[in-house]
Ligand binder design. Structure first.
Ligand code: PLP
Length: 424
């Protein structure tokens, strides 16, 4: 049977109200953009399994590298030791990042990458005798679920139960076209009391908010202002990184450079959980001292796990290959063709595209809840039709693995059009 009884009895799934949720199909196998459950039902993974797997499921190239690493050195503590997979990763990754990024700190998921960046920002100031306790973030941001990352997140459903217990975060609107000045004004107001340590943002695309997009020039203006005020900038590229926006990193669209970056998700091609917080030399130097109290006292058991580093190295090789870059632009072109055909659709308000990301905002009233009835109906319709998409509110988005075939992508488009006819 596809729906496992032990799962029902004992497993607790994320973001799930188990009383009202349907059963969880039991997936046994994947290949490319496809997954199969215990009954042989086929699914197209239209969101790269929460944006982590751009190069296809059960990728043999990545698997071989991981296997080789497991038989050589599966793990060694990173406190007091180093190893060649971490060194090779630094050599390979840093040239792809903004040129000021010089240091890499390892952890295991997007939330901890953000957690580390926030702790670095607060201690950066403290180490220089300035106590600053506030962070600025965008409205509807998502930066993860641990306490610091959750504080920076602005989507109510994720933070409501804990809102009295969080780090102070001030919110500003994203600099959408026409709202650049309003966003900058809000930032200037938010930092007036000189108590703001850092500004954290998802560059160009707010993923969990439903792929909300804004222009690079608006973000550049905000970053320039932060620089003038000694407020650190943190680019959370956990979702946007590794090709999703059409460039290796969304920061490549900017003229300003962030002080820190957070990377995870696609970093290891959906294999070994790993994340990175990268920083400029300036950040590192504020911790570099004879005084041990000025060091960063943060670490995890699996910090810089060599197997994870080997997976990341293999992933970056795939990302930078000519064929993968061609896949990224192929998907972008197909999205644009869909946009031209369906933008005039009476039930579609807006179609947004950047790189392989496409979001379709539906013409419903905007009170649709994040996990509301429309979303649930759409989600179930897609599952019934062998498609994994997770709409949010009244937004359907596609973020496919780069290796998806044209036919698979066409099936996604066709099924979305059917769903819109049926439910909107
Ligand atoms: C998913 C996500 C995170 C959190 O990453 P996890 O690995 O789920 O902890 C942080 N920031 C952004 C922008 C994300 O999309």
């Amino acid at each position: 049977m596809a729906f496992n009884q032990i799962d029902k009895n004992h497993l607790w799934h994320p973001y799930t109200q188990h009383k009202t949720a349907g059963p969880h199909p039991c997936i046994v196998r994947g290949k490319g953009a496809k997954l199969w459950d215990t009954e042989g039902k086929e699914y197209i993974d239209g969101i790269a399994s929460w944006w982590v797997n751009p190069y296809g499921h059960a990728n043999e190239f990545v698997a071989a590298r991981i296997y080789e690493q497991l038989l050589t050195l599966e793990h060694v503590l990173f406190g007091g030791f180093t190893h060649s997979p971490a060194i090779k990763l630094a050599k390979k990754l840093l040239p792809l990042l903004p040129s000021n990024q010089q240091k890499i700190f390892f952890s295991d998921n997007g939330s901890t990458a953000v957690e580390v960046a926030i702790k670095m920002a607060l201690q950066f100031h403290l180490n220089q005798g300035r106590k600053k306790t506030v962070v600025v973030a965008f409205e509807n941001a998502f930066h993860g679920d641990t306490f610091g990352a959750m504080a920076a997140s602005g989507i109510g459903i994720f933070t409501e139960a804990f809102k009295e217990m969080l780090l102070e975060v001030r919110r500003i609107p994203i600099p959408k076209k026409g709202l650049e000045q309003a966003s900058l004004d809000a930032l200037q107001k938010a930092v007036e009391d000189q108590n703001v340590a850092a500004f954290i943002f998802e560059p160009l695309v707010q993923g969990a908010a439903g792929m909300q997009m804004y222009e690079a020039s608006g973000l550049d203006a905000l970053m320039r202002f932060c620089k003038s005020q000694d407020i650190l900038t943190i680019a959370d590229e956990v979702m946007t990184g590794f090709g999703k926006t059409g460039k290796n990193f969304a920061c490549a669209y900017l003229t300003e450079q962030p002080d820190m970056m957070c990377l995870s998700k696609a970093l290891t091609a959906g294999t070994i959980p790993m994340s990175l917080t990268t920083t400029s030399q300036k950040i590192f130097d504020a911790f570099y001292d004879d005084d041990i109290n000025k060091a960063l006292f943060h670490g995890h058991s699996f910090t810089a796990n060599p197997t994870g580093c080997a997976a990341a190295l293999a992933s970056i090789e795939l990302l930078t290959s000519e064929s993968m870059q061609k896949n990224i632009s192929r998907i972008n072109t197909l999205h644009k063709t869909f946009q031209v055909a369906y933008q005039p659709h009476p039930k579609i308000r807006e179609i947004r595209i950047l790189g392989v990301i496409m979001a379709i905002a539906l013409k419903t009233d905007d009170t649709e809840a994040y996990y509301g009835t429309l979303r649930n109906n759409l989600y179930q319709f897609f599952i019934d039709n062998g498609l994994i998409l997770r709409p949010v509110g009244n937004i359907i988005y596609v973020l496919p693995p780069y290796v998806i075939t044209n036919n698979e992508l066409q099936k996604i488009y066709d099924t979305i059009v059917l769903a819109i006819e049926k439910f909107v």
